[in-house]
Design a protein around this ligand. Structure first.
Ligand code: G3I
Length: 388
């Protein structure tokens, strides 16, 4: 392969890509990387990562380092990973991600401080109505406190809205709701602000992207939640739109209105977990990749046109490790899914080029883009995200 590389091009700086059916060599690092293109458009771009691959697989680590200006641990900051027993924390995986990111000049999203899933096995027996508020706030104090000053944004509360729970406030029936009541959300945000005065505090959710009746309803309930929090002076700076999309489903204008409404009340928006499921697409790899790339292009072009959308992350960097290949999400034909910008062999997929093109299409005035670091209000200081 080295013999046909462009002059001056290190072999790691190129990959093969199928365009029009024929493999071609393409440059995709340095100035051709996602992170370089994003930097030129006031955007952070990145992916979820797993410490075991950062440490154990050089090509994985190199791809993340080359492409991402922001990373988020896919699982290693969740309760189940950090809390082997009620009294002991295991920060090894989370620390590895933080050290990697700092070494490679990357920002870090924290995921997550409060979720109804990925709770440790001991949780059910050990946490009750009497101690739940204390357990939650202590967890946040210790975890967010450990990384204070190093985190770009925390997913403080994850997936707290679920219309199917049938409650007028839209909140999900979750252990936290049952043990503490609806105020657990406010409690978590306030504890996070106290533990880390610098991080952008985020509410993160899924199935709010499309204009289907179910997703319109859920998006409305997320907006109501955010407005309730703002009205009570709760420190929330951003909403994470997870963006687990499927080929063939086109997000529409409803999401754009949602993003603009959030901008009007001073909130940023992060695309936190993008991938495109190709379960419904038949045909060969080229057909499937084209359908996936189509969603990347349309969705990101729409979202990145909004100045308060300041970060876009995919849920993984390589198809080799996508959660969509867990058995319960597998394709009927048994073929592995291809939802990410790099395939299982680290070749860029058409989604990579679609993502890069969409980044290049971003035209936002510098003055309209909120800062990527949170600073409490000081009279006379420049543009800011306001906390009431
Ligand atoms: O590490 C063990 C492995 O030792 C074991 O052999 C294997 C057997 O199933 O399980 C492995 O752990 C799995 C882990 O992913 C790592 O692959 C867990 O069973 C599995 O439950 C876990 O799933 C994660 C899921 O969140 C639940 O925490 C997915 O990786 C992760 O991608 C997914 O991420 C969520 C976001 O946090 C929130 N938004 C939705 C998103 C996708 O579901």
């Amino acid at each position: 392969m080295a013999a046909i590389l462009p002059a001056g091009c290190h072999k790691h700086a190129v990959g093969t890509a199928l365009r029009g059916g024929a493999p071609t060599l393409v440059e995709m690092t340095g100035p051709r990387s996602l992170r370089a293109h994003a930097a030129a458009h006031h955007l952070l771009v990145g992916c979820a990562v797993a410490p075991e691959h950062l440490d154990g697989e050089p090509q994985y680590a190199k791809t993340v380092a080359d492409q991402a200006s922001i990373v988020v641990p896919e699982n290693s900051m969740k309760w189940a990973a950090l809390r082997p027993t009620p009294d002991r924390f295991d920060f090894r995986g989370a620390d590895d991600v933080v050290v990697f990111a700092l070494t490679h000049d990357q920002k870090i999203r924290g995921h997550n401080l409060c979720w109804h899933e990925a709770l440790p096995a001991w949780f059910e027996a050990a946490v009750n109505r009497d101690n739940a508020s204390r357990v939650l706030t202590e967890h946040i104090r210790i975890v967010a406190g450990r990384y204070a000053g190093k985190i770009h944004s925390w997913d403080v509360v994850n997936e707290a809205v679920d219309p199917k729970s049938g409650r007028p406030d839209g909140l999900r029936q979750s252990p936290w709701l049952e043990l503490i009541g609806p105020e657990y959300i406010e409690l978590a945000f306030r504890a996070a602000r106290e533990a880390d005065p610098a991080a952008l505090l985020t509410y993160n959710d899924y199935a709010i992207e499309l204009d289907t009746p179910e997703q319109i309803e859920k998006r409305g309930q997320v907006m109501m939640l955010v407005r309730r929090l703002r009205a009570r002076g709760v420190p929330i700076n951003a909403v994470g739109v997870q963006s687990h999309l499927s080929a063939g489903e086109t997000p529409g204008a409803g999401l754009q209105h949602f993003v603009r409404e959030l901008r009007a009340i001073g909130l940023q928006v992060f695309i936190t977990e993008m991938d495109v499921n190709d379960r419904s697409v038949t045909g060969d790899v080229a057909d499937r990749d084209a359908a996936v790339a189509h969603i990347y292009r349309d969705y990101l072009t729409m979202m990145l046109a909004e100045p308060n959308v300041t970060a876009a992350l995919t849920w993984g960097i390589t198809d080799r490790y996508t959660w969509l290949n867990l058995p319960k999400y597998a394709r009927a034909d048994g073929k592995p899914q291809r939802p990410l910008p790099f395939d299982a062999d680290y070749n860029p997929t058409p989604a990579f080029f679609a993502e890069r093109d969409a980044i290049d299409s971003r035209r936002v005035a510098t003055s309209a883009v909120p800062s990527d670091s949170y600073a409490p209000f000081r009279p006379g200081a420049g543009p800011r995200i306001e906390e009431e």
